[in-house]
Every structure is written in structure tokens, then in C-alpha cells.
Design a binder for this molecule. Structure first.
Ligand SMILES: CC(C)(COP(=O)(O)OP(=O)(O)OC[C@H]1O[C@@H](n2cnc3c(N)ncnc32)[C@H](O)[C@@H]1OP(=O)(O)O)[C@@H](O)C(=O)NCCC(=O)NCCS
Length: 410
């Protein structure tokens, strides 16, 4: 791949139409949808890459992407992250290194701006894994015939009310319990809320579910169409909320053949489905990039009651600051990370004791371990991690927790 020298930076207003064309060619997204997304996330999210003199069209836009700051929750704590979407290179210029240059530009900028992580949904893997992304978690498309969700009469001690969702703050307050008890979910900004509640630009109707103590969840449903009911967004915080949602969705059984929704591997509607017929129609994997290793490890939470020390030997071709040996110390649900100096001879690491538990892995494999998406045993089995029994067992305890997932697609 030839080295490219074009300029990376914020998308200029006069480049917007060209960027819309790149995104149309990359994703089939019409101009109106592109404009709506840019307005929702703010024009400041767009970045552009211009060709350098090597291309014979110096200064012209050859690639674009969207990047925005967000908090992603791991172990009950928010970690400063950045979302990346709409990565597109001019079809006439693909395969020349522009996609990689664009990604490098935005990862460097995000890291310098304080992001410890970056997350994206990949359309192609090689581009991103070479830049240090690892598999971070999943997003399931579930579906079921409504009758498969019916668990008898709705609970008598609960209520369902249609809610005005023009202000998402009440929903955000409910959703916060999910953020703190699972892994991988992102705190939504206005753009992500709009994507969640108005898929394809059509507003869904939101129903809050609860009991005497107040709301315990919500269901947002798009208008039924083509004998399908699409649950645009879902948050069920109690067994009563699940039973209310089951009854609510089963109530559509005369109108639709299937109900669809997004969720994680341990989805409450799936876990409590009383009848067969629930299906995983798709499982997308999202990728995670650790941009700032100490910050990422120190920001997330860890299981209470797990304590100990691991030496992480990490390789990162893009950010040398993440490469080398780090002492990761865990106690009371928090981590501290100390880089270990290289010994003067350059070979041995100063400060590593003979009985230290040492794990060696790439920054991409560390992302899978960090999120909890892949455990150290399987990473070692496939050659993505090296370490002795004690180190692997300790890492399994450090990074245990709910399987990471995220319903938001961007
Ligand atoms: C994916 C895309 C951004 C890559 O841009 P690019 O300038 O061609 O990327 P690079 O030249 O830096 O290539 C980097 C790697 O990407 C992969 N790649 C390149 N073009 C690709 C394509 N058309 N399809 C799939 N993968 C591709 C290759 O694996 C390449 O590695 P290689 O050199 O070992 O073959 C570009 O193909 C594109 O705009 N695709 C359509 C939109 C899209 O899918 N975006 C990604 C959304 S997450």
C-alpha cells in the first residue's frame, strides 16, 4: 500500500456535498438522511481527508468519517470513548491507503482529546484490526411470533402508559440502571436517542411500564407494517416490566406475524419467553480500540472482591505509549496502572519479579479481554494471548462480568 500524505481535519462546509456523495457511495444513504444525521450529531462530528500531491488531485476530498465523544460503560463506570461511523473513501481511490490514513488521523485526534476508547461497527475487518481494534461485543437482532411472548394475563399490579418521548430524559434516567449493570452500553447523545426512537426518521410510540413504586422500564414501538412489529428501543428493569412487555407485545398477535427487537445475549424477553419461536436473526460484532491504555483500565469498574496484580506486556503499532509492560493492580473495584521502565539493556523489564503473573497480548486482543467479550482462556487457546495458568486465571476474574452488548448501531 502506498503512503498517502493528504490532509486530515474537520470537514469544511464547502466539502459537505462531496462528503454526502462519498457516504452515498459507501452506504447507499440518501442525502436527506446524511443531512439529518449531521444536524443531529452536529456538523463538528465530520472529518475529511484530502488527497496529497501523489494522487494528481491534491487537496480534493477523498475520504470522510464521523466521530463524536461518548461515554461507554464497563464494570459499572463510564469510560471516555468516541464513536466512529460513516467511514467512506471515494470508490475511485480505494485500496491506496486513504481509509487507513483517515482512521489514523481520527484515532490520534480522539486520543489527544481525552478518549480512552473508540468503538465502531465494521463493514470490513482488516482495515480496523490492523489499526489495533479488537472484537468488543455484540448486538443481536431478535425476533419472535407475538404468541411466543405471551405469558398469560398481564400482571394485576402493573401499568402501561403512553409517554411523550420528545424529552428523552425520563427514558435516559431509566436506562441508566442498564448502563451500570451491564457492559458496553453507551450513554446516548441527542443523535443516538433520535436514531433509537426514530429509526429511519419515523417516530416510534413510547410506552412506560411500571408498578406502585414508579416506572420500571419502557418499550418504544414503530407503527406495525408488513405484518411485523419493530420494537425500536427497550428497557426492562424488573420481572414485572418483562411480564408487562410480554403482554403488551403479544397484544399485537392479530396484526403481526413477528416482533423484532435489538438486545444482548442475555435479553430479558428471550430469557423469559414462555414458548418456542424466539430467534436470533443476526448478531453483529462491534469493535473496540483502546486508545489510552492506563486511562481505559483505570476508568472502568471491576468486580467487587477481586484483588491482585497482573503484568500486561502489550504491543501497539500505532500508539507507542500503549506499548511495553504495565503493572495492573486491582482492589475494591478499581484499577491502578503503572508503566514499567525498560531496563538499561533494553531486554529485561525493570521491576518485573520472577513470581509476577504476566500476560502478553496485542492492543486488539486486550480490547476483547477488557470489554469482557472474550476471556483469557480462549484468547490463549487461539494464540492471541500468552500467559501462565495463574495469570490467565487472575485475568479471568479481573474482567469477568456480563457479556458486553449495545443496541445502538452507528
Ligand atoms: C472500507 C474503506 C473505507 C477502505 O478504504 P481504502 O482507502 O480502500 O482503505 P485502505 O486502502 O487503507 O485499505 C486498508 C484495508 O482495507 C481493506 N479494504 C480496502 N478496500 C476494501 C474494500 N473495497 N472492501 C473491503 N475491504 C477493503 C483491505 O483489507 C485493506 O487492506 P490490504 O491493503 O491488506 O488489502 C472503503 O473501501 C469504503 O469506503 N468502503 C465502503 C464503505 C465502508 O464499508 N466503510 C466502512 C464502514 S465501517
Amino acid at each position: 500500500m502506498s503512503a498517502v500524505t493528504g490532509g486530515f481535519g474537520p470537514l469544511l462546509p464547502e466539502e459537505r456535498a462531496d462528503a454526502a456523495t462519498l457516504v452515498r457511495q459507501g452506504f447507499g444513504i440518501p442525502r436527506e438522511y446524511f443531512d439529518r444525521s449531521v444536524e443531529l450529531f452536529g456538523p463538528g462530528v465530520m472529518r475529511g481527508l484530502r488527497a496529497g500531491p501523489e494522487a494528481g488531485r491534491a487537496g480534493q476530498l477523498v475520504g470522510c468519517a464521523a466521530v463524536w465523544p461518548m461515554e461507554q460503560w464497563f464494570g459499572g463506570r463510564p469510560v471516555p470513548s468516541c464513536g466512529v461511523a460513516a467511514v467512506a473513501v471515494d470508490p475511485a481511490e480505494r485500496g491506496r491507503g486513504y481509509g487507513s490514513a483517515l482512521m489514523r488521523g481520527l484515532l490520534e485526534e480522539a486520543r489527544a482529546g481525552g478518549a480512552a476508547l473508540s468503538a465502531l461497527y465494521p463493514a470490513t475487518l482488516r482495515l480496523y484490526t490492523r489499526l489495533g481494534f479488537g472484537r468488543g461485543g455484540v448486538s443481536f437482532d431478535w425476533s419472535a411470533p407475538p404468541a411466543a411472548l405471551s405469558a398469560g394475563p398481564p400482571p394485576g399490579d402493573g401499568w402501561i402508559r403512553r409517554t411523550d418521548a420528545s424529552d428523552a430524559s425520563e427514558l435516559a434516567a431509566l436506562r441508566r440502571s442498564l448502563l451500570t449493570t451491564t457492559n458496553g452500553l453507551v450513554e446516548r447523545n441527542e443523535g443516538l436517542w433520535s436514531f433509537a426512537l426514530c429509526p429511519d426518521g419515523v417516530p416510534s410510540d413510547v410506552y412506560t411500564l411500571g408498578g406502585a413504586g414508579g416506572p420500571e422500564g419502557y418499550v418504544a414501538v414503530a407503527p406495525p407494517a408488513d405484518r411485523k412489529l419493530n420494537v425500536a428501543d427497550l428497557c426492562l428493569l424488573s420481572s414485572r416490566a418483562v411480564r408487562l412487555a410480554q403482554g403488551f407485545l403479544a397484544g399485537y398477535r392479530a396484526q403481526v406475524d413477528r416482533v423484532t427487537w435489538r438486545g444482548g445475549p442475555d435479553d430479558p424477553l428471550v430469557l423469559l419467553a414462555p414458548e418456542r419461536g424466539v430467534r436470533a436473526d443476526a448478531c453483529d460484532e462491534w469493535l473496540l480500540r483502546i486508545l489510552d491504555l492506563p486511562r481505559a483500565l483505570e476508568s472502568r469498574g471491576y468486580p467487587p472482591g477481586v484483588a491482585g496484580e497482573l503484568i500486561l506486556e502489550v504491543s501497539d503499532a500505532l500508539f507507542p505509549e500503549n506499548s511495553g509492560s504495565f503493572r495492573l493492580r486491582l482492589s475494591e473495584g478499581r484499577a491502578s496502572v503503572r508503566p514499567l521502565r525498560r531496563a538499561p539493556n533494553g531486554a529485561e523489564k525493570a521491576g518485573v519479579k520472577p513470581d509476577d503473573a504476566v500476560l502478553s497480548l496485542s492492543i486488539g486482543a486486550l480490547a476483547s479481554l477488557y470489554s469482557g467479550h472474550k476471556g483469557p482462556h480462549v484468547l490463549r487457546q487461539v494464540g492471541l494471548l500468552r500467559g501462565g495458568e495463574d495469570a490467565v486465571a487472575l485475568a479471568a476474574r479481573f474482567f469477568s462480568g456480563p457479556a458486553p452488548w449495545m443496541p445502538d448501531r452507528f
